[in-house]
Design a protein. Structure first.
Length: 473
């Protein structure tokens, strides 16, 4: 039966190889199960019903996307709420709170409306084969610069607000921790919070270096093992230095999936009235931004990973690309319905491909394990923020390596990229950075006699961002 569904012999693979590949992929991306709810609900919301809802949504929406990838596209690619996109979603929710005065939960539910629309748009675009054409129309310099800029933003978040060290300011750890290396001065300024700060920072950097060392040694589960090492150190520090019990919440905890929390907070909980308060131009800008980022992330991951696996045809195209993009769109819609940000194809899928995965059975295996993780919510909740920050920083570094694909001798690539690299972490907005990148590309081309080289879509997007920056509050 499996042979008939997944065409294992045709793809020169076996059931055993596919299952091992699926488990390998899971081990390299399992960090998202705890990291995603930690990022989406904010530091102050951890341990709440909303956290439980997002936790389940992460497992369920990822599995739904992978089931479509397995049975419709028959590809070995795994899916989950995209890194960078979930950080952007969290920023959007915080901005909605400030803009409308709604609670965090109400703002979260309003932002889910944006994800729903994005998913439906992608469903239509995927069915009509439009997504590839849209990607081709976006300037190369902007396309290539988005991932590195997001990487720098992830570094900012990992070294700032997500670490739980202090205020959500730019590169907080790097700025203030090194200024606290004189203990007498630091203790005078920070008081009782000084030991917790030191423990957090030490945890984070040890976790990061463990991940890096293991990945260099070819260990497939480097990220999750690094998070585990960081967590153990942090738990020991909490017990021995801070004299607190890191596992206090496990006492009497239920390991049954907290479906009631998800029903009350995220499952089909679209706040359309709050969504209407965001503003038309802002909504359009956000939807376009999510769409652009998701398109680049998904298509780039699919083509890059398929190339390593030898899945591309002689023209450099991947068979069943339409079906794979459809899985991405279905996953995003499932994410909006259950309560998480945009679901996209994970670059960690490459680890499963390297382990021999060639068919949808790899994706199916990973998806099943994600569903099994629904029973581990209390355990995931004890993972310290510093441990997830280590993973965040590492993923950010990986994304920054995309700079190698940019031709810095071409001013139309180097300027948009440089501006996005600066704008994204400083503004905390991926959308603003992309807008600046598009505008700079358009202006340079327009006033250097190359106006015809700019696509109509690029002009449209540039105008939208200009209107947003200067005419919309």
């Amino acid at each position: 039966m499996l042979e008939k569904i997944f065409k294992l012999k045709e793809n020169k693979t076996t059931v055993k190889t596919e299952i091992i590949a699926g488990l390998t992929t899971f081990m390299t991306m399992a960090y998202i199960i705890a990291l995603n709810p930690n990022l989406l609900v904010g530091f102050s919301e951890r341990g709440t019903s909303l956290w439980n809802g997002v936790f389940l949504a992460t497992c369920i929406a990822s599995a739904v996307g992978m089931l479509v990838m397995a049975f419709v596209a028959n590809k070995p690619f795994a899916m989950a709420p995209g890194m960078g996109l979930n950080s952007f979603f969290a920023v959007v929710v915080a901005n909605i709170v400030g803009l409308t005065g709604m609670t965090y939960l109400e703002s979260f539910q309003a932002a889910l409306c944006i994800i729903l629309i994005e998913g439906l748009v992608f469903l239509a675009l995927s069915v009509l084969n439009v997504r590839e054409k849209i990607v081709d129309a976006i300037p190369l310099g902007v396309r290539l610069g988005i991932a590195p800029a997001i990487g720098l933003m992830l570094l900012n978040i990992g070294l700032g607000s997500n670490a739980g060290v202090g205020p959500a300011s730019s590169f907080y750890v790097m700025r203030d921790f090194f200024g606290a290396l004189t203990p007498s001065i630091a203790k005078a300024n920070m008081g009782d919070s000084y030991p917790a700060m030191v423990l957090t920072v030490v945890t984070m950097f040890i976790g990061l270096f463990v991940i890096i060392i293991l990945s260099q040694k070819g260990v497939k589960a480097a990220v999750i093992l690094g998070m585990l090492a960081a967590s153990i150190i942090n738990w020991a520090g909490q017990a021995l230095i801070l004299h607190t019990n890191p596992f206090a919440n496990l006492a009497g905890a239920s390991f049954l999936p907290p479906f009631q929390d998800m029903v009350e907070t995220t499952l089909f909980q679209f706040n359309f009235s709050g969504f209407a308060q965001i503003g038309g131009f802002t909504v359009v800008t956000l939807i376009v931004t999510f769409c652009i980022i998701d398109m680049f992330d998904t298509i780039g991951t699919l083509v890059g990973t398929a190339s390593r696996a030898g899945m591309l045809d002689k023209d450099g195209r991947m068979p069943q690309m339409k079906e794979a993009l459809l899985a991405d769109a279905v996953g995003t819609v499932a994410g909006s319905v259950t309560g998480t940000s945009t679901v996209t194809t994970f670059v960690e899928s490459a680890s499963g491909v390297e382990a021999g995965g060639r068919t949808g059975l790899t994706a199916l295996t990973t998806g099943i394990v994600f569903l099994a993780c629904m029973f581990l919510a209390p355990v995931a909740a004890v993972i310290p923020p510093a441990a997830t920050s280590a993973a965040l920083i590492y993923v950010g570094v990986l994304m920054i390596t995309g700079l190698k694909n940019i031709d810095f001798s071409d001013i139309c690539q180097s300027v948009p990229t440089a501006l996005m690299l600066i704008a994204m972490p400083v503004s905390g907005s991926i959308g603003h950075a992309i807008g600046i990148g598009l505008i700079s590309h358009t202006v340079i081309r327009l006033f250097t006699g190359k106006a015809r080289e700019v696509s109509v879509l690029t002009y449209v997007l540039s105008v939208i961002f200009l209107v947003k920056f200067f005419l919309v509050a």
